[in-house]
Design a protein around this ligand. Sequence first.
Ligand code: CP
Length: 314
Amino acid sequence: MNWTRHHLLDIESLNAEEIQLVLSTARAFKAVGERAIKKVPALRGKTVVNLFVEPSTRTRTSFELAAIRLSADVINFSTEASSFKKGETLRDTARNLEALNADVIIIRHSSAGAPHFLARFLRASVINAGDGAHEHPTQALLDAFTILEKKGRIAGLNVTILGDILYSRVARSDIWALTKLGAKVTLCGPPTLVPRVFEAMGCRVTHNLEEAIADADIINLLRIQHERQRKTMFPSLHEYTSLYGLNRARLAQTKPDVVLMHPGPINRGVEIDSETADGERSVILEQVTNGLAVRMAVLFLINGGQSPEETAAV
Ligand code: CP
């Protein structure tokens, strides 16, 4: 199949074939990243803008490196040093960046729907790098890529997402991606952070950690999203950790080949202890590495690249 989308705004609107195309294209770009010369000319002459209105380490740097590896010109927009501080609107900011001939605007914003808003009036392609608690599509794509790499398949796997589901854009995008690809997704955490309404997305919901991890092939841990919570959702971090934190004793209750994932940043000693986060079952840093290949694939496809075979030849 060919990629036909001008924007990447969410996973919800993608079908399984489109997700598979990104994953197979990313596989080709991961091979490119293992060559002596890692740079390809695919986006020569294109301009990519990183418009991050919320903090980021992994997503911003990997999008920047992905664009550089594809030979694009890259502008990293700094909110702190911009005319946002003088009251300029998001719409005006984006239109001014487009007036500099931006071909792609990658946006992270605390408001759900900000990328969809920009896509309504920009000619440039818009990529959602995380919008509020709504979606984080490239995180879900790199998570799916990592699972496929580790397990050889996604269909039929038991994937447990553990932690703050309610406020997590990663959880929503992962649920869409993994269920479309045939995984069985279980959500677990305190009832206030994992309401049963998520069952409507095709997931199993449990508040019992032992039940959630026993049959899991993958456990994806999420941090508590304090920045989005408007009220206290559980009595204390200590209580959260004692009920839902992953540690050596709990890891012993899982399958011996379970894979532990985390999108980062980790709150060490809260959702996972350091020994487990850095242990042999953890693929957390491999997720970061795979994020580069996945973001190269997304930039390539959005700019008219068509097939993994074409990718291998660039
Ligand atoms: N996973 C993720 O989005 O990390 P950053 O916030 O550092 O980009």
